[in-house]
Design a protein around this ligand. Structure first.
Ligand code: PLP
Length: 362
């Protein structure tokens, strides 16, 4: 059995993490602020990092809550907005952990088709017109997990109009925004929401610094953030000050910009290699080459059942996540390939193995 090549994990490879920069940031954190770095701190997060994030988003620090990874931010937000039976709109497909979190809270999860330029806003308008009253719509606007697609500017405006008209909150879950390696950035819905109150925004340092640091954050209206802070206090007193103090030093020294440039360049190369390998080895596969992020979504001919392919691929030493894991139903002929943790050589070999596994099924 050859070494397994994993397209399954949405995580970066070690070579694109600035380990030396992190070591230096850690040394500075303990030297420059030993008290703040080692204390419990406050539930809103490490104050200087909160200030840095607020400045980046041109908002008041009272609008920011820094958490242990954005997953924790998601959990606080879902706890706040979602009670048993509440309708919540998500994209189809969507991040599998979002589906699990919402179902675990008893939400009435309504999946709305994800198109190449983002969620089908006409389909959503139809559902709302038919009487659906969601408390929240969870949207991953940039380089969506799992599909890699990006929400167009027009659809950002339409979603905001729908949120205002039908009185729901858009949860803009945006961990991949900085990993754009092609094309123009689009404005955040958080910024487009001029009156405020219809968007809560989450982001993360997992893709720009490293996932093990577990630092993410929420931006929203100050009163909402204030209410969520109370949940944070009762959950963990405070998030990890050590991690946040290190991230603060990493950001303020400018190391984060270098790190983002490294990640973008590597992922552009990997995404291009993956697209080229798929075209060469699996000509029947349909996909959209991503402009950023970690993921590429592949639709295969209906003759290929993804459960069977998963087994045949594992036998040949290649892993991916089945499309069906990202939906309540369907996805049987689709798969998600993560190119963030594999080298160009592994991508080429991995796609050869995937093609062999596909060939064995037809
Ligand atoms: C859409 C989305 N939201 C949230 C997360 C969680 O990120 P974090 O590592 O900040 O908890 C991920 C991680 O893959 C993600 O893809």
């Amino acid at each position: 059995m050859p070494d397994t090549i994993s397209f399954a994990r949405g995580a970066p490879s070690l070579d694109i993490i600035d380990v030396d920069g992190l070591k230096e940031a850690a040394a500075r954190a303990f030297t420059n602020d030993p008290g703040g770095t080692t204390a419990y701190g406050t539930s809103i997060g490490y104050v200087p990092l909160r200030a840095w994030i607020a400045e980046r988003h041109s908002v008041d620090p009272s609008q920011v809550l820094v958490t242990n990874g954005s997953m924790q931010a998601d959990a606080f937000l879902f706890d706040h907005f979602v009670s048993d039976g509440d309708a919540v709109v998500v994209e189809r497909p969507t991040y599998d952990r979002t589906l699990l979190s919402l179902r675990g809270r008893g939400a009435d999860v309504r999946m709305v088709e994800l198109e190449h330029d983002g969620i089908d806003t006409s389909g959503l308008a139809q559902l709302l017109g038919d009487g659906l009253k969601p408390t929240l719509a969870h949207i991953i606007p940039n380089f969506q997990n799992p599909a890699g697609y990006t929400l167009s500017r027009e659809k950002r405006d339409s979603l905001l109009d729908l949120a205002r008209e039908h009185d729901f909150v858009i949860f803009e879950d945006d961990p991949y925004v900085d990993i754009r390696f092609r094309g123009e950035s689009l404005p955040r819905m958080l910024e487009l929401d001029e009156d405020g109150g219809n968007v809560v925004y989450a982001c993360s340092f997992s893709k720009t610094v490293c996932p093990g640091i577990r630092v993410g954050y929420l931006v929203g209206q100050a009163d909402l953030i204030g209410r969520i802070v109370k949940r944070a206090t009762s959950t963990y007193i405070s998030p990890s000050m050590v991690s946040q103090s290190i991230v603060n030093e990493f950001c303020r020294s400018g190391a984060i910009e270098t790190s983002i440039a490294t990640v973008r360049e590597a992922l552009r190369e990997r995404a291009d290699a993956l697209a080229a390998a798929l075209e060469r080895e699996l000509p029947d596969a349909r996909f959209v080459a991503p402009d950023g992020g970690y993921f590429l979504w592949v639709d295969l001919p209906e003759a290929i059942d993804v459960d069977e392919l998963h087994v045949a691929a594992a036998e040949r030493g290649v892993q991916f996540v089945k499309g069906s894991d990202f939906m309540l139903d369907g996805g049987e002929h689709s798969l998600r390939l993560a190119y963030s943790g594999v080298t160009v050589e592994q991508i080429e070999e991995g796609v050869r193995r995937l093609a062999a596994a596909t060939g064995a099924l037809v």
